[in-house]
Design a protein around this ligand. Structure first.
Ligand code: UDP
Ligand code: MG
Length: 309
């Protein structure tokens, strides 16, 4: 490894002033004990509280600290991506600033690397958080895993460590929605799993309430699978078959049995069902068209206001 930097810790931060001081002091203490060269790379994702000021204050006396500041909030995934790109370490650790994952466990991730392993992901012994947050994650996870089938195993934990080579591979992916955890699962590079503790947030609250979770789930589904489009095909196939069967039935009644059915009610029911299916289909198509639109605009994932080295 020579003179190169050994470990980078990337921390996305969005309005975490309440917990940040504690996080930093615990992380710093831990990092000093690794006996490795390291950098702590904070990415301020457009915080509107004092988070950034705090980091800048510590920066004055801590030469291992680096800060990236976004112009506004671009989301956790963008912040992590920016951190990865700026990081210089041979091993890069991603950890949240809220102390749900204790910094004291980073060392276990670092020790888990062998020559064959490129990525170390964590599995919480028991995930903690509000009922909504934990259930939301479970549903998101199961839905996504169902879509991907057994092609690869998902790990959505935001606490992980990887070799530089993994980051280079991430950078090759030109997706608009770079959901880091999914991308890394998708790449299926040699991975080791480590069990870790997961704690309740000490202060502040999760940035993923009901709506953001729904948005994330939808983003994940449309970003990583064509299932909704396929569903439309199935629905269309189903509708066409049902329509055909009804037509045959009516024809049979008319020609063979001599009965003319004037089922206005039946017709309206069938009509409204298929009108619904059609609107839904157009909606799904629109979602993907929207994605294509975003993708061809090819805007950067985030805008950096400044980097303090
Ligand atoms: N975060 C961020 N940008 C956002 C939302 C969150 O940088 O738009 C950061 C946040 O400060 C924290 C991490 O991402 O360090 C995880 O966020 P949070 O704890 O709210 O998520 P949860 O633990 O509920 O998944
Ligand atoms: Mg959290």
């Amino acid at each position: 490894m020579g003179d190169s930097l050994q470990v980078s810790v990337v921390i996305p931060v969005f309005n975490e002033e309440l917990v940040l001081r504690k996080f930093y002091s615990r992380l710093k203490k831990e990092a000093e004990g690794w006996n490795k060269s390291y950098e702590l790379l904070f990415v301020d994702d457009g915080s509107t509280d004092r988070s950034f000021d705090l980091i800048c204050e510590w920066k004055k006396t801590d030469s291992n600290l680096r800060v990236i500041k976004f112009t506004r909030n671009f989301g956790q995934q963008a912040a992590v991506l920016a951190g990865f790109r700026q990081s210089k370490g041979d091993i890069v650790v991603q950890i949240d600033a809220d102390l749900q994952n204790p910094p004291e466990e980073i060392n276990r991730l670092l020790n888990a690397f062998t020559d064959e392993i490129d990525l170390v992901v964590t599995i919480p012994r028991k995930r903690r958080g509000s009922l909504l947050r934990v259930m939301g994650s479970k549903i998101l996870y199961n839905l996504a895993q169902m879509l991907f089938g057994n092609r690869f195993t998902l790990n959505l934990s935001s606490f992980r460590a990887m070799r530089r080579s993994v980051i280079e591979k991430i950078d090759q992916c030109q997706d608009r929605s770079r959901y880091m955890a999914v991308l890394m699962s998708w790449m299926a590079v040699p991975t080791k799993h480590v069990e870790v503790d997961h704690h309740l947030r000490k202060t502040g609250k999760t940035k993923y309430g009901f709506l953001p979770l729904i948005r994330l789930t939808w983003d994940l589904i449309t970003g990583y699978s064509n299932f909704p489009l396929r569903l439309v095909t199935y629905l269309g196939l189903f509708g066409a078959s049902v329509g055909f069967a009804i037509m045959m039935f009516l024809l049979y009644q008319r020609l063979v049995a001599g009965i003319l059915i004037e089922g206005f009610v039946v017709l309206s029911a069938v009509f409204s069902f298929f009108a619904g299916v059609q609107l839904l289909s157009i909606g799904f198509l629109g979602e993907y068209l929207g994605r294509v639109h975003l993708q061809i605009q090819n805007r950067p994932d985030y805008i950096v206001h400044k980097v303090i080295e």
